[in-house]
Design a binder for this molecule. Structure first.
Ligand SMILES: [Zn+2]
Ligand SMILES: [Zn+2]
Ligand SMILES: [Zn+2]
Length: 121
């Protein structure tokens, strides 16, 4: 009966060190179990916004992507600078129109862009 202190690596063992397994690599003895496990790492549903980190990362399930995309809809690029006004727009043109229509002020696009855009953009 041969004894070995360490398990010999066999051709049928699969090691996953992807993503969340990087810190704690998982070993699988069968290819089937390994492939099943890999599905956890596959993220075919990607965010369509090129500036989003999930554009590269993606989500494992469509549900996750849909939930994520809601956050983009809620994130408005421009917010009205009038105090107490909750007006906002994703596009500068719409923001300009809002200020002119709702507040009857003549402002230039550049001013709106500077006044209504959030920090860091
Ligand atoms: Zn893994
Ligand atoms: Zn996104
Ligand atoms: Zn407003």
């Amino acid at each position: 009966m041969p004894q070995s202190s360490k398990p010999a690596p066999s051709a049928s063992s699969f090691v996953c060190s992807d993503g969340s397994c990087a810190d704690n690599p998982q070993t699988f003895t069968g290819g089937g179990a390994y492939r099943m496990h890999l599905k956890r790492h596959s993220r075919p549903y990607k965010c369509r916004r090129p500036d989003c980190c999930y554009n590269k990362r993606g989500f494992p399930q469509l549900r996750d992507l849909q939930r994520h995309e809601v956050t983009h809809k809620g994130a408005r690029s421009f917010r009205c600078y009038f105090e107490g006004c909750r007006g906002s727009a994703t596009r500068l043109d719409n923001m300009v129109r809002h200020v002119q229509m709702a507040h009857k002020v003549k402002v230039r696009k550049a001013e709106i862009a500077a006044l209504c855009s959030g920090p860091g953009s």
